[in-house]
Design a protein around this ligand. Sequence first.
Ligand SMILES: Cc1cc2nc3c(=O)[nH]c(=O)nc-3n(C[C@H](O)[C@H](O)[C@H](O)COP(=O)(O)OP(=O)(O)OC[C@H]3O[C@@H](n4cnc5c(N)ncnc54)[C@H](O)[C@@H]3O)c2cc1C
Length: 365
Amino acid sequence: METVDVLVAGAGLAGLRTASLLAGQGFDVLVCERRARLDSGIRTTGIFVRRTFEDFPLPQRCLGPAVRRVVLYPPSLRAPVELVSTRDEYRVADMAGIYSAALGQARQAGARVRLGVSYPPAGVAARFTIGADGARSTVARRLGLDVNRHFIIGAEEEYPVTGGARPPTFHCVLDPRLAPGYLAWLVDDGQRAHVGLAGRPERLAGPLPRLLGSFAAEFPNVPAPAGPVRRRGGPIPIGGVLRRIACPGGLLVGDAAGAVSPLTAGGLDPCLRMAQLAAAVTGDYLRTGDASALRRHYDGRALRARFRTRLLLRQILSRIGTPGTVEAAFRLLRTPPGRAAAARLMFGDGSFPDIRVFPSVVADE
Ligand SMILES: Cc1cc2nc3c(=O)[nH]c(=O)nc-3n(C[C@H](O)[C@H](O)[C@H](O)COP(=O)(O)OP(=O)(O)OC[C@H]3O[C@@H](n4cnc5c(N)ncnc54)[C@H](O)[C@@H]3O)c2cc1C
C-alpha cells in the first residue's frame, strides 16, 4: 500500500493549483485524474475575468485578446444594451494551454500527477483527501460531505475565426425560451469564437445541441468557422458554496464545493481563490491535527454568506419564465440607473472572497 500525505482527486484548475501549493509546503501530494489527457474533455469556455488575470500568474501566451465590450440582448434581439469598459474586462483562454501550464507547475512543485486514474485509486492510502473532482463529486459522497443539487447545463461550440469582431465583443442573449435561467452567448475576440448556451435542464425546450444549433443559425453576429469546430459542455452548479465542505478526512474545492458565482456561473476565479484557502487550511491541519480549526477556517456557511445577494438574484433569474418579463426588464436596463447596474454586474470588482478574509489562517502560515 502506497501512503501519501494528500490525495487530490481531479486535475482541473482547482486540483492542480491546490496540489502545487501543498507540494510547495513540502507535503507528499498525489493527484489522480480520470482523463488520460488534459487537452481532451475540456468543459469550460475559459473566460477569465479581470480580477483573475490581475491576481494570478496565468501564462500570457494562453490568453486571447482583451474584451471590453459587452452587448446584452432581449429575446426580440431589438434595441440591445451596449456596455463598454475603459479596462480590459475579459480574456478567453486557450484552456488546453492553461491546463498544461498548471500541470507543469504542479509537477515542478513536487506533486505526482497520474492521468487516466479515477478516484479512488487502487493501493493508495492518504492522510487527507482533496475533492477537486468537479460538479458531481465522488469524494464529497465518500466523505459524507454536502453535494451539489442545483445545476444549469451548458454547451458550446468553439472555433477559429478570421476577420472576427472588432472590437472583441461578448454578446449575451437573455431569452428564457432558449436559455431558461441563464443566457446564450457569443464571445468573439477576433481570433476565436465561442457560441453557447446554458439553462435549467428541466426547463430546456429541447436537447441542448438542437437549441444551440438554432441559436448559432439565427443569432446575426455569429461568424463563420475558419477551422475545426470543437464542442464542449457540462453541468454548472449554481446553488452556491455548499455548507459542509470539510471534515477530518478531507475537503472539497472548486466546483465540487459549489464554488461558482450563483449569478454569472463563473467558476474559474472562485476555484483558483478557493484552492489557496484549501491549501492553507490543509497544510495547517496536517501540521497541527486541529480538526476544529479546519472546520472553522474552511466553513462553507461563512463563504456562502458572502453571496446572499447573488443567490437572491439567481433565484429571481431562475423564475423569469416569459420573454415579456425580460423585455420589460430591458426597458429598465436602458435607463441610466439600469445601465449603471448592468455595468456594475458585468465589470464589477466583486469576486470570490480570497484568503485575506481568514486572517488567522494567513497568520498561521
Ligand atoms: C459549458 C461551460 C462553460 C463554462 N464557462 C466558464 C467561463 O467561461 N468562465 C468561468 O469562470 N467559468 C466557466 N464555467 C465554469 C468553470 O469551468 C468551472 O467552475 C471550473 O472549471 C471548475 O474547475 P474545477 O477544477 O473545480 O473542476 P473541473 O474543471 O470540472 O475539474 C474536475 C476534474 O476532476 C476530474 N474527475 C472527476 N471525477 C473524477 C474521479 N472520480 N476521479 C478522478 N478525476 C475525476 C475531471 O475529469 C476533471 O478534470 C463553465 C462551465 C461549463 C460547463
